[in-house]
Design a protein around this ligand. Structure first.
Ligand code: SF4
Length: 416
């Protein structure tokens, strides 16, 4: 277990340790005052918890509801104004609750609470526009065993959302929270219909707001659909294959294994990673391969990271969280010490491959450790790539600002 001094000095290690151990909430910070964003489940399937900002500007989602979190050495406390973390009765650090946006209390013109259409995950907007993943349909029920998506439905999230409703919430989130990125997520639907469902949302949101947009769906059998997304101005595609070990993939994700198989995920990642040179030059493009660390041996997660970066894609690495109500709720979360080499490798592999990490403006992610956030876990410096990234970041920010100005409505003014 990392020492108290180590987590005090290294916010990346603290973020990782909190994913693995969770935290208890002292009664002093659950007074029902409505501060922060509350404990809404998200639709990503792996999150539920308290959204906090740690020192160093690291946004995180700390497990607080699960059984393992009740045994955590960490305790979140408050004196009514400030919040801080304690471990074994010693203060670790001050923390902030993620601000609760004013639009979280608003409704769409159609009368739906806006939070049932989209929610902030860190500083970007996550939207799950369509019905629940077909793997949760009772006659089939081949859901991934860690997943909570089918448990959330009808609780925190409306099942179907119109394009108008989504646009309204995106605009509210842009004005109220300064979002720069909207992430569209679907599960599996019979007949590979997920991209057909998403395209009208993507065209409208891109066309009317100019924001960065991304898509996380299963891998479509017709890979030319990704050329089309690239031309449309989509900025990110993400494929969650979760587990790199083939036997464990079959066991953990029976639906994905039966319908697609691991190779179709890997082929789609390889294909999409090559599309960066095509399409509108002004639109950045990244491909992500997403895995869950803690459900297979660390060496296998590291092998997945090495493979993803070798084809020019960027790994997204979640820490396994045994969510309440899921098939794996009785499993233990991973041990922090076993996870450190995985996240160290995440950073080093991205830097060695010269990948464009951390370049998009104002994107903080609470559900995962971003590769660039893992730099303090490594002793290597990668000075030249950091200089390159700094230049890319400035060029990209200027381009993005120009595009936002071009899309600003007459009531929205940009200083300068
Ligand atoms: S594909 Fe798996 S992880 Fe994704 S929503 Fe369906 S059951 Fe959940």
């Amino acid at each position: 277990m990392p020492t108290l001094t180590a987590v005090r000095e290294n916010p990346a290690l603290l973020k990782l340790d909190l994913y693995c151990k969770g935290a208890r909430l002292d009664p002093s910070c659950v007074d029902g005052s409505g501060a922060g964003r509350g404990l809404m489940r998200t639709r990503a399937g792996l999150g539920s918890g308290l959204e906090l900002v740690l020192p160093g500007g690291l946004w995180t989602n700390v497990p607080v509801l699960e059984a393992f979190a009740q045994r955590s050495p960490y305790l979140v406390r408050s004196d009514g104004e400030a919040f801080w973390l304690e471990r074994d009765n010693e203060r670790v650090t001050d923390v902030q609750l993620s601000p609760r946006p004013t639009w979280y209390d608003a409704k769409t013109t159609s009368g739906k609470p806006m939070t049932r259409v989209g929610t902030l995950q860190g500083t970007y907007l996550g939207v799950y526009p369509a019905k629940v993943c077909d793997y949760w349909v009772p006659t089939e029920k081949t859901n991934c065993h860690f997943c909570s998506v089918g448990l959330n439905l009808g609780v925190d999230d409306a099942s179907e959302k119109s394009v108008d409703e989504v646009l309204e919430v995106v605009q509210a989130a842009r004005e109220g929270s300064g979002i720069t990125y909207v992430d569209f997520n679907t599960g599996h639907y019979e007949g590979d219909t997920y991209l057909d469902i998403l395209e009208p949302y993507l065209r409208r949101i891109k066309g009317e707001t100019g924001l960065l947009i991304g898509v996380q769906t299963p891998p479509h059998h017709d890979l030319s659909r990704y050329d089309r997304l690239r031309k449309m101005g989509v900025n990110r595609v993400s494929f969650c294959f979760e587990i790199f070990d083939r036997d464990q993939f079959r066991e953990v994700c029976p639906g994905k294994d039966g319908e697609y198989g691991l190779d179709r995920y890997l082929n789609a990642i390889r294909y999409c990673a090559r599309l960066g040179d095509q399409g509108p030059r002004s639109e950045p493009w990244v491909t992500n391969g997403e895995i869950i660390a803690g459900l297979e041996p660390p060496e296998s997660s590291i092998a997945a990271i090495n493979w993803i970066t070798s084809v020019g894609a960027i790994p997204t690495v979640c820490v396994f969280r045994p969510l309440q109500g899921t098939d794996y709720e009785d499993r233990e979360p991973p041990d922090t010490d076993a996870m450190v080499p995985v996240f160290q490798r995440l950073y080093e592999a991205c830097m060695e491959a010269g990948l464009p990490i951390g370049c998009a403006p104002n994107i903080h992610v609470s559900l995962v450790m971003l590769p660039e956030e893992c730099a303090p876990l490594s002793t290597r410096s990668y000075r030249w790539h950091w200089i390159r990234l700094g230049i890319m970041k400035r060029v990209f920010a200027a381009q993005f600002d120009r595009r936002l100005r071009a899309h600003a409505s007459p009531t929205q003014s940009h200083p300068g």
